[in-house]
Design a binder for this molecule. Structure first.
Ligand SMILES: [Zn+2]
Length: 384
């Protein structure tokens, strides 16, 4: 979701493998899918530099689509029934917030710039990867020790004072490593599972979305569903800097209808404010947004599909815009009826973004059920 507004076990050592459901409910997620999910989440795909993740995603969905295409900035689209006239999009965004190398001091420290809504509050003491032509260069966000800070000199982290140390004593030494202004920086934190059911990692916003729409494509294929329309499984770039990838691809596809998935804030954890952000809980199902960009007739179909298939859901109201690619689809290509099916998530834009496994499954089920309920030529106009 664009910003407008270690305990636990490691992936390798966790007690409950992600592939094993902790309860008796049969999971729709296969071990192979979960293996992809983990690799896809751990791979870096900074906004504007998403190609390696997109390649991985396209290779993954290949068996379940008839064809695919990419656009100049890297949005990837897998297509089922490419010759069909009526086009339905299911969409997520592929990019991950990151930092840019902005200014290298003579002493070899690096100041950064945001690439998307990266959070200065969480930076101090984090380990990072600087992406260079020579490969990954390791660095750390340093911070003065608690011993030397005083009540009068105890600054909060801000873009002006957070800095990277890559073990170099001069600008020349930094440059020798291959680091230059404009290199992107991501955190090295990787996927893990808490309590057998909470998925944790970087950029689950919104690569969990890319995973979920891929799962929809897989299930359609495996269940031998013959859709009466063209399906465009779309993984857009550059959402985090203003829905840019979606703005581009909507004009290229010119779809008739779009189901967008992204993450939204769970409001149950400390310091969240339900008056400000609504009452949303991880574990209680997909969140359906109400707002002008969301097409009410399409939303009714999503809700009907949830009812028929006994999929739990929650509701949220947005002011003006959804802040997701839904807006780009709704207001692009002369107006595309769009709906937003969100995955509740805790700690957005930190390295410990968390979602509930059951919610992941229910978002997949709800997109799938909605697609199965759509006819060949849905005319969703409010009146004629
Ligand atoms: Zn985001």
């Amino acid at each position: 979701m664009a910003k407008k507004k270690n305990t636990g076990t490691s992936a390798k050592k966790r007690d409950t493998p992600a592939g094993k459901a902790p309860n008796k409910n049969k999971s729709i997620l296969t071990a192979k899918s979960l293996d992809f999910m983990e690799r896809y989440l751990n791979n870096a795909s900074p906004t504007g530099f998403e190609s390696s993740g997109q390649r991985m995603w396209l290779d993954h969905i290949g068996p379940w689509v008839d064809t695919y295409f990419t656009d100049p900035y890297g949005t990837a689209v897998g297509v089922v029934n490419p010759s069909a006239k009526y086009k339905v999009v299911i969409e997520a965004h592929a990019d991950e917030i990151s930092w840019f190398v902005h200014y290298i001091t003579n002493e070899g420290f690096i100041y950064v710039r945001r690439n998307g809504g990266s959070d200065h509050m969480i930076a101090p003491s984090k380990r990072v990867n600087i992406h260079t032509d020579k490969g990954i260069v390791k660095a750390i966000f340093g911070w003065p020790a608690i011993h030397v800070r005083t009540p009068k000199n105890d600054p909060a982290p801000s873009l002006d004072n957070i800095f990277l140390d890559c073990g170099c004593a001069s600008k020349e030494e930094v440059e020798k490593l291959g680091v230059h202004v404009g290199c992107v920086i991501t955190y090295e934190d990787e996927f893990m599972v808490l309590n057998g059911k909470t998925f944790v990692g970087r950029a689950l916003d919104n690569r969990m979305g890319g995973f979920m729409i891929a799962e929809v494509a897989r299930l359609l294929k495996e269940q031998k569903v013959k859709l009466p329309f063209g399906l465009y499984v779309t993984n857009s770039v550059q959402e985090e800097v203003g829905l840019r990838g979606a703005e581009m691809i909507v004009e290229r596809i010119k779809p008739d209808l779009a189901l967008v998935t992204d993450v939204t804030h769970d409001t149950q954890s400390p310091m969240m404010n339900k008056i400000q952000s609504g009452d949303i809980a991880c574990g209680k199902g997909p969140v359906l947004a109400y707002g002008p960009a969301v097409h009410n007739n399409l939303l009714k179909k999503v809700i009907a599909a949830a009812g028929t298939n006994k999929i739990p859901f929650q509701r949220s109201a947005v002011s003006r815009a959804t802040g997701t690619d839904t807006d780009a689809f709704a207001y692009g290509a002369a107006g595309v009826p769009s709906a937003l099916i969100s995955l509740p998530l805790r700690y957005m834009h930190t390295t410990v973004e968390s979602v509930d496994r059951q919610d992941v499954e229910n978002v997949i089920k709800l997109i799938l059920a909605t697609l199965r309920s759509l006819k060949a030529n849905e005319d969703l106009r409010y009146f004629k």
